[in-house]
Design a protein around this ligand. Structure first.
Ligand code: F6R
Length: 607
């Protein structure tokens, strides 16, 4: 959630720290701050609001120091204001923190009893006082940090700067990622490799429980028992174009338009171009012996997981249970011996999904992680990792990760179906061909951008919007509603079309737009009869269907968006795109902050 950067540099680092934070702003953006070491003393600049407020402050009141740390915050404890903004500091140490210190109240009480004076309402400030207390008692910064880490409970990533110790930073990772970057005579810390991408590509990822001492000369890593540890340095391949907006107005728009390309990349990796058959990395379970698959995720990834359920059951005849990670992790669900569990997560760091993964492991499940960040915690802890290859997703609202998740899940399902012998050869070939066609069809869908922008013009006037779908397009209806809520702040709900008359139909009147996702196929007639129920009550329908569907039913709808005719199973990949564009253009029409919607942050590493 929050973003962390740190530099042990050769010249004043404030501007570079702000630059690093810019690449992390998607992780949180309610306040930001820096600390630098000036003549051996800790100095800070902190500002409420977007990072630009901090940049303006630094321009007005420059901050010196060749060693420094920075932070962009997503508030957990304490309002988003300057006093609660990081870094938190004492005269000895400045700290930036991502995560939650669960036992901060008891630690704070002890420290207050010993005379420490706190200025903020945050849990994070306790770390500064705890380390400071050790230094007061004669410990070196390193020993004081080691002692403090032993007392902290919760999930965190930390970066710390010490008075009088130019050229020293200490970082720690427990439950939240932290990367160390190696420069020429300089060293870096970042809560992900993106932050470091314009400074270095040589990166070391701390492992769970590690902490690290950085100096200009390099890094010494210690494990969770304070033993020196060797961790390998990797070269990360992030090109600047992947993390820049280019000619697009917003990251979200860029990421929507990247979909034909990235879906194509994913399919080319998981579907053999010569044979057009699925190919997965080695090391999966014996799918014939798997009795049940448990699929767990949050948010948009959960909707991809819901589509997966339909596909696993229908194509691979494999019973699949899908759950929201925050519920699953505490439900103590009995899991079958010899079962497998699939965790879907763009970031690979979502706290609830990670905890769910650990629970499934404790129950002896074979763990498959479908992630966009191959160095993420979930990827490290899984038995089989399937990277979705979407490239960095910076817009807070997930778009290309969703469709890449679907593309890779479909390849997985095809491989499982093959192993279980549940698809006949012809149908398998038809499905593989249908999937291979998706990038070209997605390009056609993007051609409707202008039409969708026009529809969004009147959608932006609505107070409530309903999305209806059936079968594999039901999760897309849920996703469409989530996208609209997230970035336009219009209340929206997704429903299985058949559920309409069990309650939500009471909401329908002329004021409520209803977006109906109805590809022509086995469920079309059923969905259309639900659409008729809406029309009979004066509802304004936007119908998303294909040529056949529009030909028979299009005249009844207030607006139509005509999508290509494709195999029913791949419709979620294509119908996702217009609902993303509808949300995007509605948000633009309303003038909201598309890439950084209020209250949200990407990568939810706290519960
Ligand atoms: C919605 C969105 C969130 C995430 C959710 C899970 O646009 O981005 O709902 O999908 O927080 O995140 P990951 O996939 O990183 O586990």
């Amino acid at each position: 959630m929050c973003g962390i950067v740190g530099i042990v540099g050769r010249e004043v680092v404030a501007e570079r720290l702000v630059d690093g934070l810019r690449r992390l702003e998607y992780r949180g953006y309610d306040s930001a701050g820096l600390a630098g070491l000036v003549d051996g003393r800790i100095e800070r600049r902190r500002a409420e609001g977007k990072l630009q407020a901090l940049a303006d402050l630094i321009a007005a009141e420059p901050l010196g120091g060749v060693t420094g740390i920075g932070h962009t915050r997503w508030a957990t404890h304490g309002a988003p204001n300057t006093v609660n903004a990081h870094p938190h500091a004492t005269e000895h140490v400045a700290v930036v923190h991502n995560g939650i210190i669960e036992n901060f109240r008891e630690l704070k009480d002890e420290l207050v009893a010993r005379g420490h004076v706190f200025e903020s309402e945050t849990d994070s400030e306790v770390v500064a006082h705890l380390v400071s207390d050790g230094i007061d008692n004669g410990l070196s910064p390193q020993d004081a940090v080691a002692a403090a880490l032993r007392k902290l409970r919760g999930a965190f990533a930390l970066a710390m700067l010490f008075a009088g110790r130019d050229g020293l930073l200490i970082g720690a990772r427990r439950g939240s990622p932290l990367a160390v970057g190696f420069g020429e005579g300089e060293m870096f810390l970042g809560s992900d490799a993106l932050a470091l991408s314009s400074w270095t590509r040589r990166v070391l990822y701390l492992e769970e429980g590690d902490w690290v001492v950085l100096s200009k000369a390099g890094a010494q890593v210690f494990d969770h028992e304070d033993r020196p540890a060797e961790r390998s340095i990797r070269t990360v391949a992030l090109s600047p174009s992947q993390i820049e907006k280019g000619n697009f107005r917003h990251y979200m728009q860029k990421e929507i338009f990247e979909q034909p390309q990235v879906i194509g990349d994913a399919i080319a990796t998981y579907l053999d171009p010569a044979t057009r058959l699925p190919r997965l990395p080695e090391g999966g379970p014996d799918w014939r012996a798997v009795s049940r698959l448990t699929i767990v995720a949050c948010g948009t990834s959960y909707y991809a997981a819901l589509v997966a359920k339909y596909w696993f059951e229908q194509m691979a005849r494999l019973p699949a249970e899908v759950d929201i990670a925050s519920e699953f992790r505490y439900r103590e669900a009995p899991l079958p011996t010899g079962g497998a569990a699939l965790f879907v997560s763009q970031s690979g760091e979502t706290a609830d999904t990670l905890a769910a993964l650990r629970y499934a492991r404790s129950q002896g499940q074979f763990i498959v992680a479908l992630v966009n960040v191959p160095e993420s915690s979930m990827a490290r802890e899984a038995d089989l990792v399937l990277p979705i290859l979407a490239g960095p997703e910076i817009g807070v609202a997930s778009t290309k990760a969703f469709t890449c998740q679907l593309a890779v899940i479909m390849c997985l399902v095809l491989a499982v179906a093959r192993a279980r012998g549940t698809l006949d050869g012809e149908e398998e070939a038809r499905l593989c061909a249908a999937l291979s066609e998706v990038p070209a069809r997605a390009l056609e869908v993007l051609n409707h951008d202008e039409k969708i922008r026009e529809i969004a013009g009147w959608l932006s006037e609505a107070r409530d919007v309903l999305y209806l779908g059936r079968g594999v397009t039901f999760p897309v209806a849920l996703e469409g509603a989530l996208k609209l809520k997230e970035i336009s702040y219009i209340h929206a709900e997704g429903y299985a079309a058949g559920e309409l008359k069990h309650g939500p139909i009471a909401l329908i009147d002329e004021q409520v737009p209803v977006i109906v996702l109805a590809p022509h196929g086995p469920l079309f007639e059923k969905t259309v009869s639900n659409m008729q129920e809406v029309l009979a009550r004066g509802g304004r329908v936007v119908l998303l269907s294909d040529t056949k569907g529009i030909a028979t039913e299009g005249r009844h709808a207030a607006e139509i968006i005509e999508l290509p005719v494709v195999h029913a199973f791949v419709t979620p990949l294509l119908y996702a795109i217009p609902v993303q564009l509808l949300a995007y253009h509605t948000a633009v029409a309303k003038g909201t902050d598309v890439d950084q919607p209020r209250n949200l942050a990407k990568s939810v590493t706290v519960e």
